[in-house]
Ligand binder design. Structure first.
Ligand code: ZN
Ligand code: ZN
Length: 421
């Protein structure tokens, strides 16, 4: 595979870090409880990590680990040779089964590592239909995940196609090795005691969320090149960051890595314009230099330098796709931002920068949201949609103010960094 495996000491080093990442995934990511089932999804190329995770999961007391592998070459066969009417269908039986597993207490672990431009050459209409069908079929399971009915986590594995997209000028083995290095570093799996490092990191993020929850700002104001955006926050919004206590009482870290503190915007109280600060890699298409304008929470104008057709299709997914479901603050000094890499994967790139997400809100980010009906959540300003797509609006040139209920502006972030340490 890659030259780390031909050099014995490097191979050991790789195996050791892979094992630490697996331990982080099970102990920090899932917080797996003895007797719990695990449902895992992974690309075929992540088999080595899947095996390490499976081992750690059983050692932690998992009752059963079930893994579903995906293969991108096979996905392409569908777009090249699949019947047209097939693009409106999805494996609903699979997603129903997953939803049933989560309802019965199973933990959910996803390994990501997709080729960021896998579907770039395929018919955007088919891509969009397939995505819509999949989103619809996945909705019941997604609701359980988004609502933290169970503990879940996402971790990454360096796959050859992804690595080549991030490091196009390197041979495949070198690109894969470099991407693994970046994943281990960002996931805090390359330190002597990753579990302790995550403990400290979670405590820092929680201090930040406590401060923001005490402030209970009415809105955030972003200013920077191409950006002057006021994001009203949902009534009774709650800031989250780092670990989360799921409804089953288990403390998990849903994203490995994570650097963000995030909450729910008010779906009708967003006004002004905003420019993306990093490309958005969305299901095979790179959408660059997004510029949108909001009126009463809704995107009324949008353009992008590349991928505009895909962006437009995304915005037309449903009524909620033009409104915000998340706003997140990340300092420019985050290790991912400082790596200078564009990972072309939201799990990493969203943690390099403050961001907003189009679409579905997290009920977890509304006080007592987990026990509210959809109508109650909507009345607080929480948005609803089939999509949830994060895109980056922060940089070293962006300032953020918190706006109090009485309209006073308090500096939160200046030139990309927190004002208070
Ligand atoms: Zn986020
Ligand atoms: Zn998000």
């Amino acid at each position: 595979m890659n030259d780390q495996f031909r050099n014995p000491s490097k191979a050991l080093y790789h195996a050791e870090r892979l094992d630490r990442l697996a331990e982080v995934a099970v102990r920090v990511g899932l917080g797996l409880k003895p007797g719990q089932e695990v449902v895992m999804t992974a690309p075929l190329e992540a088999l080595a990590l899947v095996r390490r995770i499976t081992e750690h999961a059983y050692k932690a007391g998992a009752s059963l680990v079930t893994t579903f592998f995906s293969d991108e070459e096979s996905t392409l066969m569908r777009f090249r040779h699949g019947r047209d009417e097939g693009f409106d269908s999805a494996s609903s039986w699979l997603y129903e089964g997953m939803a049933a597993a989560y309802r019965n207490g199973a933990a959910r672990l996803a390994i990501v590592g997709e080729d960021p431009s896998l579907l770039a050459q395929q018919d955007p209409e088919k891509v969009s239909r397939a995505n819509r069908a999949r989103s619809k079929a996945y909705m019941p399971a997604l609701n359980l995940i988004a609502g933290f009915d169970t503990n879940w986590t996402i971790v990454a594995a360096a796959t050859p196609a992804w690595a080549k997209a991030v490091f196009p000028n390197d041979p495949e083995e070198v690109a894969v090795a470099k991407l693994w290095d970046a994943i281990f570093a960002a996931s805090r799996a390359d330190v002597a005691d990753p579990i302790a490092a995550w403990g400290t990191h979670n405590a820092n993020l929680q201090a930040r969320t406590r401060m923001l929850n005490e402030k209970n700002y009415a809105a955030l104001h972003f200013r920077g090149p191409g950006t002057d955006l006021r994001v009203g926050l949902a009534d009774g919004h709650e800031w989250n960051g780092g670990s989360t206590k799921a409804k089953n009482g288990i403390v998990c870290n849903a994203n490995i890595p994570t650097e963000e503190v995030f909450t729910t915007p008010h779906k009708v109280r967003v006004d002004g314009y905003v420019a993306s600060t990093k490309p958005l890699s969305y299901q095979g298409t790179l959408i660059q230099d997004i510029q949108v304008r909001f009126e009463n929470g809704r995107i009324v104008e949008s353009k992008a330098r590349t991928g505009e057709a895909v962006l437009t299709k995304v915005l037309d997914t449903d009524e909620g796709a033009r409104r915000l479901g998340e706003v997140a603050l990340v300092p420019n000094s985050s290790p991912i931002s400082q790596s200078g890499l564009l990972f072309l994967n939201t799990l990493f790139d969203e943690n390099a920068s403050s961001h907003i997400a189009l679409g579905q809100a997290y009920s977890k980010c509304i006080k007592d949201g987990g026990t509210m009906s959809e109508e109650e959540l909507a009345s607080r300003g929480a948005n609803k949609s089939l999509i949830h797509i994060d895109w980056m609006i922060g940089s070293g040139e962006v300032d953020v103010d918190g706006i109090t209920a009485s309209g006073q502006a308090e500096p939160l972030i200046r030139r990309g960094e927190w004002v208070t340490s």
